[in-house]
Design a protein around this ligand. Structure first.
Ligand code: ADP
Ligand code: MG
Length: 287
């Protein structure tokens, strides 16, 4: 009850996703490997957040934990205030390789997940067609995966994910293997899809400009063991283009911050390759 004359209590900003003290260590042959130190991050409903960091810093691991495909060593992830313990259709992942079923055509690929969650056949067809239209593939519903370009495969993967109507889309470098022109088109399309569906999106990339084009917020992670180094709010008008002056300008400031970590990360990768080789040579009695 509100007492007359008293200002209403401030409403708490609605958080879709809360990452609380999440850390991850792996037990490897070379001992314990810390992917990232405790991370705290809140993501609002409908927000487009880009996680940006050098290769090997732990981006995919963090996304897998949010998806419920991996477990944190410490900490917890909450969706709508509830701690997640496993994967669920309200959080759908899109990978760099579209991971489509080669024996199914485009239409059946998009319908597959709907079938799994028990959506009736007529409804499956309506939903699949709606999202294939959204990604401009309506004319290709009978095509097979091997007949599609890389960009088309990713569009099918996006349609398949959207068909499940997840609240949160988790995207792990989804455009990383595409040529620059196709990637630019998909940046446009993803911005339109996001504007029309208002999904919460967590998008992982190591490409600074891509992060600036897409994100409301860019979270910069350090080299492994990753921690949040800095956050950047990106308030540029949309749709944004990767070559626009404003995007290039914002990206420049973020790149400077990343440079040292990229070097550290490359040293880390080189050191682990050498250690692996050494272990192998000792095993083979070469050393
Ligand atoms: P990114 O996606 O940022 O490139 P990853 O999350 O894939 O990085 O990996 C982070 C670090 O954790 C890397 O050093 C990687 O080798 C290590 N790692 C990832 N998964 C495993 C695993 N299952 N076992 C051991 N180490 C792993
Ligand atoms: Mg990765």
């Amino acid at each position: 009850m509100t007492i007359a004359g008293e200002p209403p209590a401030p409403r708490k900003l609605k958080m879709k996703l809360e990452i609380r003290g999440v850390s991850k260590t792996f037990q490897s042959k070379r001992g314990i490997l810390t992917a990232f130190e405790p991370i705290d991050l809140d993501i609002r409903e409908g927000e487009f957040v880009c996680l940006l960091g050098p290769s090997g810093c732990g981006k995919s691991t963090l996304l897998n934990i949010i998806a419920g495909l991996d477990k944190p060593t410490r900490g917890e992830v909450r969706v709508d205030g509830r701690v997640i313990t496993r994967a669920g259709t309200e959080r759908v992942m899109i990978f760099q390789n579209a991971a489509l079923f080669p024996w199914l055509n485009v239409f059946d690929n998009v319908k597959f997940g709907l079938n799994m969650i028990g959506v009736a056949k007529p409804e499956r067809q309506v939903i699949a067609r709606r999202y294939l239209q959204m990604v401009h593939l309506a004319e290709f519903e009978r095509a097979f995966v091997h007949e599609l370009s890389g960009g088309m495969k990713q569009r099918v993967a996006i349609a398949r994910a959207l068909a499940l109507d997840p609240a949160i889309l988790l995207m792990d470098e989804p455009f990383g293997a595409l040529d620059a022109q196709t990637r630019d088109v998909l940046h446009d399309e993803l911005q339109t899809i996001w504007a029309n569906t208002r999904k919460t999106i967590v998008f992982v990339t190591h490409n600074v400009r891509e992060a600036v084009v897409l994100g409301d917020r860019v979270i910069v992670l350090s080299a492994r063991p990753a921690r949040i180094k800095q956050e950047f709010g990106i308030d540029l008008p949309r749709p944004r283009q990767i070559e626009s002056y404003a995007v290039v300008d914002r990206a420049r400031a973020i790149s400077a911050l990343l440079k040292d970590d990229t070097r550290a990360s490359q040293r880390d990768v080189a050191a682990s390759v050498l250690q692996e080789l050494e272990a192998q040579m000792v095993g083979d009695d070469v050393l």
